[in-house]
Design a protein around this ligand. Sequence first.
Ligand code: ADP
Ligand code: ASP
Ligand code: MG
Length: 414
Amino acid sequence: MALIVQKFGGTSVADIERIRNVASKVKKELDLGNKVAVVVSAMAGVTNQLVGYVQELSPLVSMEAWSEYDQVVSSGEQVTSGLLALALQEMGIAARSFCGWQIPLVTDAAHGKARIAHITPDAVHEALDKGMVAVVAGFQGMHHGRITTLGRGGSDTSAVALAAALKADRCDIYTDVEGVYTTDPRIVAGARKLDKITYEEMLELASLGAKVLQTRSVEMAMNHGVVVQVLSSFADYKTDAKWPGTLLVNEEDIVEQKRITGIAYSRDEARITLTEIANIPGMSAALFGPLADANVNVDMIVQNVTEDGKATDITFTVPKGDLDRAQAAVEKARTKLKFKSMHTDRNVAKVSIVGVGMRSHAGIAQTMFKALADKNINILVISTSEIKTSVLIAEEYTELAVRALHAAFELDKA
Ligand code: ADP
Ligand code: ASP
Ligand code: MG
């Protein structure tokens, strides 16, 4: 007998018929003799609608406002947990729902993007030991008696964290595609499902924009050694198929070494350029210090010294939603930085190639740059790390760039 955590995303629980379909997936695991805890997202579109209501009322500047945001947006998951428990009961399966606070799943105080501090899974264990299915509302936790949420896409993290706390044998993340692909299958028709991907590569892809798993869920799986599989809630898998989706593995478990494993993109980027900052020590600190204080996440940075060496231009990127705060922080530091002008651009996107193969293969960045040049796509900023190269480009070329790179690295070929 195994203990399995199953997670179902928004599209998988979009209506009552689909919730019944999910109940039948749960039943399949029970029929194999397993214990099952299920984590559910809000029904498709619900979280967006709730966020919209909140934003109509409030600019969300205070922590008090963010805690009400959590009170509102966490409700979508509560509804689904109850509905799935009912669907199971109607099939003659004992089941009960849990909100985050009822487990309890305790987080830090960062309303809207809280991190999980600890889970005490005694009540869930108790339900499982009684032969019940525990249906847990994803995305939500509590801090000092108030509801918190874990950031968009956070039900993935709820599921992996619960699997770690329960010491589950497996965490199956059911979604609307058959696994993790070489890139977003909604953009490239020839994208290929990967049978396995390393935790490290998945972490990069997720943090660079592939929303199939929330970044923190991958971090959590990596740190706690949780066995995670991504698969489709719409496919009818044969019961003897061992890993029908995509399995997250350690690097040693990958035999075939490709140059590149996957491509990610993010449209959630904005660019700021400051011209003619004095080329003297301390200027970067004077710029990025206030940005950090304003809680702005700076990502890519380039700096060019002018020909006479007296001044520098600095370009950096921030999430689109942080742009206004970033501009305000830069303006405040203006007297110290004495820059000549500030230019901002919201119409940019980041496209990234990821693969552990980059450690051992040369010329990969060059293949990337040439593929983009062949499509006449201008590169605004480049950044690299051991297993990824990212470029910033005009947003309108995002899909073209992803397709060109997918072809250039022959990712459609097995
Ligand atoms: P859920 O509601 O089940 O959590 P999400 O919408 O959050 O589902 O994530 C699944 C989506 O992620 C897919 O529909 C797909 O468009 C997108 N996606 C982006 N990159 C990838 C990738 N490399 N592999 C698979 N899906 C991807
Ligand atoms: N419902 C939440 C969201 O849409 C959490 C999730 O689906 O993972 O972000
Ligand atoms: Mg998701």
